[in-house]
Ligand binder design. Structure first.
Ligand code: G3H
Ligand code: 13P
Ligand code: ZN
Length: 309
């Protein structure tokens, strides 16, 4: 099966009140871990590539690795650009064979966000590619940009409806209190479900996207800490909140930080147990297994997109 777009997947997810997992990929082991998990759980997948990933791995290598995953697994896989910051990078990815792109013009004023998104939608749709946009701003770190809490802004429901109508975009990332990275909440985790419900009511049947949706499971923070390094105060989105978001119209849930934690914990453990090992296949293999287990857990217990194939 060739790469697919997310159109039908989102429709199924929306109707079934579950979500499709969108996992960030940076190298072969991460891709293999995610794909093995999806294969085991019979789940469709969105593999997403950030600008940082393109810079790290070289876009050609990443594209070929994802093609290998498609060929080897036979799974329905969407290749998605995560947080595309301009028309040019979105166009490049469309031309490179991505089946989905995100234009993130959320830091621009509303009308400008609409104009840039519309331009991307027109180009992408002419090539059969779907588009995600963002309205509102998440706090946290993306690439080298650190959005402070004061610059973060929750999505306005009326604006969301107007934005979708004017741009023709296929899905919309909204800000309801999540943020990127491992430090999402200072006190109790809290998402604005009332706002989510208002947005969903104004956009019936329309797939919403939740970024910054890692849970930062305490056992992985402990594992990371146990084998060296310390990430104090790390706190993510509780799994029950993610399940609730999926039941309210969030059809795509973005996860990166949890994969980073799982892989890092496994590699630290591997070195700690066999300090004189210098075969990368051992520690990277352990990292890949940890990614697989984490993604299986997400698919079955958080996203609910298993047994779909
Ligand atoms: O939204 C950000 C993702 O976690 C990707 O992170 O830009 O460091 O690759 P990155
Ligand atoms: P996390 O940092 O919570 O994993 O979010 C990832 C993300 O939103 C990628 O776009
Ligand atoms: Zn994001």
């Amino acid at each position: 099966m060739p790469l697919v777009t997310s159109k039908e997947l989102f429709q199924k997810a929306y109707e079934g009140k579950f979500a499709i997992g969108a996992f960030n990929v940076n190298n072969m082991e991460i891709i293999q871990g995610i794909v093995d998990a999806a294969k085991a759980e019979e789940a469709p997948l969105i593999l997403q590539v950030s600008a940082g990933a393109r810079k790290y791995a070289n876009p050609t290598y990443l594209k070929k690795l994802v093609e290998a995953a498609v060929e080897d697994s036979g799974l329905p896989i969407v290749l998605h650009l995560d947080h595309g910051e301009s028309f040019e990078i979105c166009k490049q990815c469309v031309d490179d064979g991505f089946t989905s792109v995100m234009i993130d013009a959320s830091h621009h004023p509303f009308e400008e966000n609409i104009a840039i998104t519309k331009k991307v939608v027109e180009y992408a749709h002419s090539k059969g590619v779907v588009v995600e946009a963002e309205l509102g701003r998440l706090a946290g770190i993306e690439d080298d940009v650190n959005v402070s809490e004061k610059d973060a802004a929750f999505t306005d429901p009326e604006q969301a409806a107007e934005f979708v109508e004017k741009t023709g975009v296929d899905s919309l990332a909204i800000a309801i209190g999540t943020s990127h990275g491992a430090y999402k909440f200072k006190g109790e985790p809290n998402l604005d479900f009332e706002r989510l419900q208002k947005i969903a009511k104004l956009l019936p049947g329309f797939p919403l996207v939740l970024h910054g949706a890692s849970t930062v499971l305490p056992e992985f923070v402990e594992l990371c800490n146990k084998y060296g390094g310390d990430i104090p105060g790390a706190q993510g989105v509780p799994e029950a909140m993610l399940r609730k978001a999926a039941s309210l119209g969030v059809s795509k849930i973005n996860i990166d930080t949890d994969l980073r934690l799982a892989m890092t914990a496994a590699i630290r453990k591997s070195f700690s147990e066999v300090p004189n090992n210098f075969d990368p296949r051992k520690y990277l293999g352990d990292g890949r297994t940890a990614i697989k287990e984490m993604v299986r857990h997400k698919i079955v217990n958080v996203l609910g997109c298993n047994k779909l194939l």
